[in-house]
Design a protein around this ligand. Sequence first.
Ligand code: GLN
Length: 448
Amino acid sequence: TQATFDNIKATDPKISAFLHLNEDQALAQAEKIDQAGISDDQPLAGIPLAFKDNLVTKDEPTTAGSKILENFKPVYDATVVQKLNAAKMVAVGKTNLDEFAMGGSTENSAFKTTKNAWDQTKVPGGSSGGSAAAVASGMVPAALGSDTGGSIRQPAAFNGVVGMKPTYGRVSRWGLIAFGSSLDEIGTMTRGVKDNATMLSAIAGHDAHDLTTSTQPVPNFAADLTAATNVKGLRIGLPKEFLAEGVNDDVKQAILAAADTYRKLGATVDEVSLPHNKYGVAAYYIISSSEASSNLQRFDGIRYGYRANDVKSLDDVYVKSRSEGFGPEVKRRIMLGTFSLSAGFYDAYFLKAAKVRTVILNDFKAILKDHDFILGPVAPTTAYNIGSEVTDPMTMYMNDILTIPVNLAGLPGLSLPAGFSQGLPIGMQLIGRPFDESTLYKAGYVFE
Ligand code: GLN
């Protein structure tokens, strides 16, 4: 643990992945673990990890990357935090993110811009950019992120690490600062597939605090990953829309190479189609912003964090605190969401988007009926230059065209390193049937 902090202090000035470190508590916890000893059934004991700063940690700062939560210290630990504490992992700190997880480059953080671990002129992706860069640069072997429309998978791809967005309902969201509650999922970011599988088993499962969690049993995902793991006989779908216009050639080639590897290992790869994929981004921004506008109502200047000075009335407290506390992207989404939900426009926007969501889910179901998983890229490009897209929200939104539909459908998606182009990692994505993360890990493990 001490070596981890020494390394973070040497490395993070270059990467800016962390918003907060808790060295004293971590060292004390490590000491306790040393004294108690580690048994064979505690594979994660003593291993350092970082939490995305939208996961609440008792008595430790939790900002969600927002000025409105500066100096906020929660009174409880998120379920996932409790579970990893119980597994004796050692939490070293909180990682940077786009404000309230809204963004794809971590540039929307109110506090700092995290850099890509491979090239510090490039974005680390987002919104879990801090977690991805912290793992990729070797500061921690594991981190948790959250994924509403790609926020685990895309930064994992941009940094060359493994990122799992589990099935909706697999992991408790209690203590995750909510963005889009019907889309949000907490997941694991690690250097390898097996580590990732071990951690997912530790955080998954039913939780009385989150009634959307499933009672499905949680497998020991890592147990199946052995030298004998293979993909022989599996049927893989490769949607033609995932290799269409807009996806860079270097990314396409990496995915086609992965498909070839699977074929050589005895799987079949068929071209399939997700005809309504192109409507995913539009539906997502209506649904996620609508849910966000409701979830963010609680930040009123009274209950948490930031409160404006010089106020004359109660309304003034709300308006001024929110105007000063939220950044521009968050305000944009609150306005979009409030509009979509308003009486006059609900049918035209929110309801329509909800219907599109079902159509997209049905596209996936049709493929997954006779395919074990879907293969494709995570993002259309590799990491881009810091500053190049942050002023152009529409371009930024379109980058998520390959990850967003997976959240709309509630399916598991695994992001894996698939090679490099000009020194930057390329990510491949495996999309599975509900609660079948196991097949994704097995298929990913053949590349480990
Ligand atoms: N980039 C997407 C957005 O801005 C996804 C973010 C996420 O998954 N949290 O909403």
